[in-house]
Ligand binder design. Sequence first.
Ligand code: AMP
Length: 217
Amino acid sequence: MKRRLVLLGAPGSGKGTQAEMITRHFGIPVTSPGAILRREKELGTPLGLETAETTQHGGLVPDKIIVELIEDWLRLHGGHGFVFDGFPRTMPQAESLQHILQRHRTPLDFAIWLDVSEQTIGDRISSRLQCQSCGFTTSATSAVFAERPICPYCDGPLVRRMDDDTVVLRHRLEEFNTKTQPLADFYEKLGTLRRIDGNRDREAIFAEVSRLIEQTA
Ligand code: AMP
């Protein structure tokens, strides 16, 4: 199935989880600048080193770097549609994406906005475990993973993310409120915004996301 979607929402809103479920279920390719940057950092590449300080403190990496990452990815994989998890996050990024898509005459199908309360964000971030190899995300409150923190898909180690700490989270939320929130208006005006209650469990949210994907011609 070929769809072009972006997933937007606060840290802990479930973007990564939904992106992974979409790609497993519908086969739409997914990418996440956050995941790419974590991998680059682990590998010690120039990009990883250049952006490590910013990501570690929960700031947003310069737009130019992120847009180049997305353009490179689209050149390689864009022919099969996409799900962007955590892109765009600023108005200049959203405008760049519009220009890229207009140039290729491939409009966005919709922008999914996962609405979550502060309580949900705090609960999810404080218990989040993520696979270091494939990015699968789960919760340390799930007994099976608390006892055996191994990824069920690739056997990679499930670990806490370095930026999932209270002080860093506060900064990530400030960045979200000041730089990402305006994107809701942007996509609303384009008629592509779809708001979904992200406070529910992953299956309930995915059922709604799936309906949207299936209904799109
Ligand atoms: P995420 O995995 O989406 O939570 O992203 C982790 C970190 O990567 C963010 O806190 C930012 O430092 C950086 N990052 C990810 N996506 C973007 C983006 N679209 N623009 C700027 N920085 C980003």
